[in-house]
Design a protein around this ligand. Structure first.
Ligand SMILES: Cc1ncc(C[n+]2csc(CCOP(=O)(O)OP(=O)(O)O)c2C)c(N)n1
Ligand SMILES: [Mg+2]
Length: 695
C-alpha cells in the first residue's frame, strides 16, 4: 500500500486519488481537533464523493468562482463544512469581493483551516455565502440547501430558455447537492423534491449520504421509510452506490445523472460515518465531537498517514487537483468566454442583459410606466396596487419573475401580460412560477433564484409567512434581494377568523436583522415600496399588503408617497408644522389616522400624521431626519397598527399609547372587528386627547 510519504513518482493515478481523498479527511479531522469543536465523521465518510464530484465532474473554474455558467455545488448537510473548506482550499478557489472582483488570493487558506470556527476565519462553522467565495448558499439549518438547490435548477432552465440560441448554450450548468438523513427528514426538502420532480429538473442531482446515523443514534429510532421509493414516487431517477469509497461507481452514477433527461436524479450513497476511525466509525459519536488526539492518530494510521503530521498536504495533492478540476474548469470557462464573445456580437442586447444581471444592476427604464393612482376615497386594495406594479416591473426587468404558493389569484401576483407564460417543464421560459402549497420550499427556491442572480418573488397570505420564515431568515443572512409578498396582512379577511389573521408576524419579521419589512398605506405607497425594494441589490424585503380597498390619498393635499423611501414621513401636519401630538400608522391604519387628524385639527389640536411603512428603513435615516419626523420634544404620541403592539413603545413611549393587538383576532366582518379592537378614528382621537389632558 502506498502511504502519504511514498515518493510522488511511484504513485499510480489511483494512489494519487486516494492521497487527495485522505488529505480531505485529515484536514477535516485536524481542523475539528484543533477547534475542539465541529463534525469530523461525515467529512471522513464523504471525502471520496466530494473528491469525485470536484475533481472529475464539476464544471467549475477555481480561478473564477462566479463564472455564470459554473456547475453549482451545495453542501446541504452544512455541519460537514470541512468538506467544503478542504475542497475550496485544495482546488485553489480564488477570493472574490462584493464588487465581483477576484482578489488574487485564495478564498480559504490553510491558515483559515487551522483557524476553523474561529473569529474571522474563512472556514467558519457552517458554509456561509457572501463570507466565503465558492460557497453557493448558506447551509446548516437542515433541508435548506437541497430546497435552495431546486431554485438554482429552475433558474438554469429559465436562463437557458431566455438566453440560449442555436449553437449558443450560454447556460447549461448542473446543480449538485449533498445531503444527509437530517435534510431528508425535514419537510422543506420533501416540498422541494416534490416540485422538482413535477418540473422534471434533469439538471439537478441530490446525493444522499445514507449513513443511518444522526445525533441521537441509529436512524432506526425515527427514520425508517424507504427514501429511494419516496423519490421514485416524486418522479426522480433513483440510483444507488453501495460503497461511498468507490470512486468509479460514484463517477458512473454521476455520469448516469448527466445522461438522464426529464427527471432529477437522487443518488443513495451508502456510507460509514467516521470511516477509518477504529472506535468511532458508524456511531453517533463520530457526528459532532472531535475524535480526540489518540483516535486521530489511529485514523491517520489507517489512512497510511504520518501519525504526527497536522494539516498536512502531501506533495502532489495540489497538483492533482490542478490537473483535474483546475484544467477542466479553466478550459470550460475559456470556451464559454469565447462563445460568449461571439454571442455578444450576434445578440448584443441579450449579452448586455446577462451582464447587468450578473452585477445585480437594473436595465435602463426599469421604472418606466409605473402606475400613479389618482385620489379616490374608495381606493384600491394593497394587493391590487401590487399586482399592477408587478406587471409593469416584470415587463421592464426581463429577469424579474415569481409566483405564489397557490394563492396567485388572491395575492394578485399573476403576471398577465402577453408572453408572461407559466414556468413548467415544457415551458421553462415562463415567468409565472407555481410553487404549489409549499411556502417553505417556495422561500428557499426564491433564494435559489436570487443566488442565480434573478430578481424573484414568492407570495402567500401574511399569516403563512410563518411557514416560510426559516428561509426568509437565510435570505437576510445571505443578503439576497429575495422579495416576499404577503397579502391579507391583518384582519382584512375578517370572516376567516384568527387562524388567518396575523398578529405577531410584523414584530417577528422586524426582529430579523437585515430584512426590510414594508406595510404601505395606500396604492401609491405600494408603488413607492416596490421602487425602493427593486433598487436594493442586497436586501430581502417583505411586503405586507391589504386584502381590502384602502382610500387612495390625495397627494396634493398630503405629502408625496415618495417619502416611503425614508421608511417614515410626515404625511399630514398641523398648519405651519410644530405639532403637539403625533399619530404614527402603517398600512390600512394610515387612512384612519388621517381621519382622526382631520377631527383633531377641527377641534384646534395641532396633530401630525406620520406614515411609517418601514421601521427598518426609517432606522437607517440620519438622526436629523428621524428627529424632524418625530421631534423628541413632542411627547403626545399614538401608534396605530393592526398587529402586535410589541415594540411600538420605542416610538410612542408607553404601551398604552399603542392601538394594536394584544390577543388573537376573531371571526367576524371587518367593520365589527375594527370596532371590537379599537381601530377607529374616534379611538385614536380619544387616545391623543387623553395624553394632552384634553378629555
Ligand atoms: C433544522 C435543523 N434542525 C436541527 C439541526 C441540528 N443538527 C445538526 S446535524 C443534526 C443531525 C443530522 O443528521 P444527518 O443529516 O444524518 O447528518 P450526519 O450525522 O449523518 O452527518 C442535527 C439534528 C440543524 N442543523 N438543523
Ligand atoms: Mg446521517
Amino acid at each position: 500500500m502506498s502511504t502519504a510519504t511514498t515518493p510522488i513518482e511511484s504513485l499510480s493515478a489511483a494512489d494519487l486519488d486516494q492521497l487527495c481523498v485522505n488529505t480531505i479527511r485529515t484536514l477535516s479531522i485536524d481542523a475539528v481537533q484543533q477547534a475542539n469543536s465541529g463534525h469530523p465523521g461525515t467529512p471522513m465518510a464523504l471525502a471520496p464523493l466530494v473528491y469525485t464530484i470536484w475533481n472529475r465532474v464539476l464544471r467549475f473554474d477555481p480561478q473564477n468562482p462566479i463564472w455564470p455558467n459554473r456547475d453549482r455545488f451545495v453542501l446541504s448537510n452544512g455541519h460537514a463544512s470541512m468538506l467544503l473548506w478542504s475542497a475550496l482550499h485544495l482546488t485553489g478557489v480564488q477570493a472574490v469581493n462584493a464588487d465581483y472582483e477576484t482578489l488574487g488570493k485564495e478564498s480559504v487558506s490553510l491558515d483559515d483551516i487551522r483557524r476553523f470556527r474561529q473569529l474571522d476565519s474563512k472556514a467558519p462553522g457552517h458554509p456561509e455565502y457572501h463570507w466565503v467565495a465558492g460557497v453557493e448558499t448558506t447551509t446548516g439549518p437542515l433541508g435548506q440547501g437541497v430546497a435552495t438547490s431546486v431554485g438554482m435548477a429552475i433558474a438554469q432552465k429559465w436562463l437557458a430558455a431566455r438566453y440560449n440560441r442555436p449553437n449558443f448554450e450560454i447556460f447549461d450548468y448542473n446543480v449538485y447537492a449533498v445531503c444527509g438523513d437530517g435534510c431528508l427528514m425535514e419537510g422543506v426538502a420533501s416540498e422541494a423534491a416534490s416540485l422538482a420532480g413535477h418540473l422534471g429538473l434533469d439538471n439537478l442531482c441530490w446525493i444522499y449520504d445514507n449513513n443511518r446515523i444522526t445525533i441521537e443514534g441509529n436512524t432506526r429510532i425515527a427514520f425508517t421509510e424507504d427514501a429511494a421509493v419516496r423519490f421514485l414516487a416524486y418522479g426522480w431517477n433513483v440510483l444507488r452506490v453501495g460503497d461511498a469509497n468507490d470512486l468509479e461507481r460514484i463517477e458512473q452514477a454521476l455520469e448516469v445523472f448527466g445522461k438522464t433527461k426529464g427527471r432529477p436524479t437522487f443518488i443513495v450513497l451508502d456510507s460509514h460515518i467516521g470511516y477509518g476511525s477504529p472506535h468511532r466509525q458508524d456511531t453517533a459519536a463520530a457526528h459532532g465531537e472531535p475524535l480526540g488526539e489518540e483516535e486521530v492518530r489511529l485514523c491517520k494510521l489507517a489512512y497510511g498517514w504520518p501519525e504526527d503530521a497536522k494539516f498536512y498536504v502531501p506533495d502532489g495533492v495540489y497538483e492533482h487537483f490542478d490537473a483535474g478540476i483546475g484544467k477542466r474548469g479553466a478550459e470550460a470557462r475559456r470556451k464559454w468566454s469565447e462563445k460568449f464573445e461571439s454571442y455578444r456580437a450576434q445578440f448584443p442586447d441579450l449579452a448586455a442583459e446577462i451582464e447587468l444581471m450578473q452585477h445585480r444592476d437594473l436595465p435602463a427604464g426599469w421604472d418606466r410606466n409605473l402606475p400613479v393612482f389618482a385620489p379616490d376615497p374608495k381606493g384600491l386594495a394593497g394587493r391590487d396596487a401590487s399586482g399592477k406594479t408587478l406587471n409593469v416591473l416584470a415587463q421592464n426587468i426581463p429577469w424579474f419573475l415569481g409566483g405564489s404558493a397557490d394563492l396567485g389569484p388572491s395575492n394578485k401576483t399573476l403576471l398577465t401580460f402577453e408572453g408572461a407564460g407559466d414556468f413548467q417543464a415544457d415551458t421553462p421560459g415562463g415567468k409565472n412560477l407555481h410553487f404549489g402549497i409549499r411556502e417553505h420550499a417556495m422561500a428557499a427556491i426564491v433564494n435559489g433564484l436570487s443566488l442565480s442572480k434573478l430578481r424573484p418573488y414568492g407570495a402567500s397570505f401574511f399569516i403563512f409567512s410563518d411557514y416560510a420564515r426559516p428561509s426568509m431568515r437565510l435570505a437576510a443572512l445571505m443578503e439576497l434581494p429575495s422579495l416576499f409578498i404577503f397579502t391579507h396582512d391583518a384582519m382584512g379577511d375578517g370572516e376567516d377568523g384568527p387562524t388567518h389573521q396575523p398578529v405577531e408576524h410584523l414584530a417577528s419579521l422586524r426582529a430579523i436583522p437585515g430584512l426590510i419589512t414594508l406595510r404601505p398605506g395606500d396604492a401609491n405607497e405600494v408603488v413607492e415600496a416596490y421602487r425602493y425594494i427593486v433598487r436594493q441589490p442586497h436586501q430581502p424585503a417583505v411586503l405586507a399588503l391589504s386584502r381590502q380597498a384602502l382610500p387612495t390619498l390625495d397627494r396634493n393635499r398630503y405629502a408625496s408617497a415618495s417619502g416611503v423611501s425614508h421608511g417614515a414621513y410626515i404625511l399630514a401636519d398641523a398648519p405651519g408644522g410644530n405639532p403637539e401630538a403625533i399619530i404614527i400608522a402603517s398600512g390600512s391604519e394610515v387612512s384612519l389616522a388621517v381621519q382622526a387628524h382631520e377631527t383633531l385639527l377641527a377641534e384646534g389640536i395641532r396633530s401630525r400624521v406620520v406614515s411609517m411603512p418601514s421601521w427598518e428603513i426609517f432606522e437607517q435615516q440620519p438622526k436629523s431626519y428621524r428627529n424632524s419626523v418625530l421631534p423628541p420634544e413632542v411627547k403626545a404620541r399614538v401608534a396605530v397598527e393592526q398587529a402586535s403592539t410589541f415594540g411600538w413603545e420605542r416610538y410612542v413611549g408607553e404601551a398604552e399609547n399603542v392601538i394594536g393587538m394584544n390577543t388573537f383576532g376573531a371571526s367576524a366582518p371587518l367593520k365589527e372587528l375594527q370596532r371590537k379592537f379599537g381601530f377607529e378614528p374616534d379611538h385614536i382621537v380619544q387616545t391623543v386627547k387623553r395624553q394632552l389632558g384634553r378629555i
